[in-house]
Design a protein around this ligand. Structure first.
Ligand SMILES: Cc1cc2nc3c(=O)[nH]c(=O)nc-3n(C[C@H](O)[C@H](O)[C@H](O)COP(=O)(O)OP(=O)(O)OC[C@H]3O[C@@H](n4cnc5c(N)ncnc54)[C@H](O)[C@@H]3O)c2cc1C
Length: 426
């Protein structure tokens, strides 16, 4: 059995953060990073807008400002981003304030999906040149904490320290590992919402602020805005019971490409469950399946014009008169999202949309499309043994799948924090 000082599972930003930090501070140790996919690396591949301001992406139960800011400085050193200029924010801030809405100013960079792929290639080369071993198409199946080894789709790998960073899609996988290792956890928070797609001229703020972060009352916020050459996409998830459902998402290419004149962004509501509900994940999965049922196995979409009139959207809604742009996510069923989304969630989101339309008039144009559902599972909350995200002796759980982050920069920071713990005890 091959033995490494540290095995890292997942080449997303959390795994990368750990690998870069370990190899920088201890070039003498043997580090292996594996990924089940054929290309590295997780979520950097999509749009790759990076937020360098606390608390964006940093769950407050694990991060306090000073610590997070130290980490952001460290991540900035590894990624060397070009920070975008923001303009005219006072106007939007003033309008937002009057409604009790907050616009958070965030230092951002944006590479686009094409730029993200180039960054990944560069990061992989830099890791290799530091002597980190990389193995793609290798899936971690299980762990034997007694023998200190993991079983992968190819072999057994011995470790002194293990970092597991499987991302949001690895949420269920990580729960399986935590069950196996008797690591207590709760997953009582989910973010559920819609993705909005409209013409850029109906949401012109994106010319001044690439990914504007509005925080509305009732725990609703804007999230992950994409513009210029922007597309709505769907992600396939497998539920614990083996059924599939989709969550929508969005991405854009870099500014170099010709634009399609569209913008998309999510409006998400954070839902925190209390007892006796056992699993936020199962709740979200059932909601996802409900939409699949209504949409004949596809996500749903509805024009704002139809939604306002209480009518379902039909195929015709996507081709006539005022409805003058085509949805970028074609594989979606026109329908009535209010039949699939719990009313409390939809009510709060619609209220926020009306506020947004007051701040940026035009976003509720009848042609604007609401896609459903957008589900974010990142609220696994393992009981950690220490501040370094060690959940079992020598096993660290980090990134979006472990609930220590909600975005690229915080995921990278979580990996660094695990690496710090590892370095203090290797
Ligand atoms: C379409 C889309 C657009 C996004 N846009 C942005 C954005 O612009 N800005 C932003 O900050 N965030 C964005 N995000 C979120 C961002 O991608 C995540 O917050 C971030 O990638 C989390 O990092 P991570 O390392 O925890 O997980 P991931 O990046 O998901 O990486 C996890 C890795 O682990 C691998 N893996 C999982 N299970 C196993 C296993 N059993 N064995 C081996 N390997 C495994 C996966 O293949 C994956 O490569 C976006 C996400 C999506 C899906």
């Amino acid at each position: 059995m091959e033995l490494y000082d540290c095995v890292i599972v997942g080449t997303g930003p959390a795994g990368m953060g750990a690998a870069f930090h370990l190899s920088e501070l201890r070039p003498d140790i043997r580090v292996l990073i594996i990924d089940k996919e054929s290309t590295s690396t997780g979520g950097l591949r999509n749009d790759c807008k990076m937020n360098f301001t606390f608390p964006i992406g940093f769950p407050l139960e694990y991060w306090e400002k000073t610590r997070a800011e130290e980490m952001i400085t460290c991540v900035t050193r590894y990624l060397n981003p070009d920070i975008l200029t923001m303009r005219n924010l006072e106007v939007y801030e003033r309008r937002a304030e009057r409604l009790g809405v907050k616009l958070v100013e965030v230092r951002q960079s944006h590479l686009g999906t094409d730029g993200g792929i180039l960054l990944i290639k560069e990061l992989v080369e830099r890791l290799k040149s530091r002597g980190v071993a990389l193995s793609l198409r290798e899936r971690m199946e299980s762990v034997d904490a007694q023998k200190k080894c993991i079983i992968t789709s190819r072999r057994e790998l011995g470790y002194k320290k293990l970092v597991i960073a499987p991302g949001r899609k690895g949420f269920g996988f990580l729960q399986g590992i935590m069950d196996e290792l008797h690591i207590p956890y709760v997953d009582n928070i989910v973010d559920i919402g819609l993705r909005i797609e409209t013409r850029k001229k109906c949401y012109p703020i994106v010319q001044d602020y690439y990914d504007p972060k509005f925080i509305f009352p009732d725990k609703v916020r804007t999230f992950c805005t994409n513009s210029n050459q922007a597309y709505v996409v769907k992600e396939r998830y497998r539920s614990r019971t083996g059924k599939y459902y989709y969550s929508v998402n969005g991405h854009a290419f870099s500014d170099k490409k010709n634009g399609n004149g569209l913008v998309n962004f999510a409006l998400l509501k954070t839902v925190r469950f209390t007892q006796p509900l056992a699993s936020g994940q199962e709740y979200a999965e059932m909601l996802g399946q409900m939409v699949m049922l209504m949409g004949g196995g596809k996500p749903l979409m509805q024009r704002v014009g139809d939604f306002r009139l209480g009518k379902r959207s039909k195929v015709e809604s996507f081709s006539v008169d005022l409805y003058d742009f085509q949805p970028t996510l074609k594989e979606c069923t026109p329908g009535d999202i209010s039949l699939a989304m719990p009313s409390k969630i939809l009510r709060d989101i619609w209220k926020s949309m009306k506020m947004l339309d007051t701040i940026i008039p035009g976003v509720l144009h009848p042609s604007t499309i609401m896609y459903c559902p957008e589900i974010k599972l990142y609220a696994n909350k393992p009981r950690f043994l220490d501040e370094y995200f060690q959940a079992k002796q020598n096993i660290y759980l980090v990134g979006d799948g472990a609930g220590t982050s909600r975005g690229i920069i915080a995921a990278w920071a979580s990996g660094i924090r695990a690496a710090e713990g590892i370095l203090s005890s290797l």
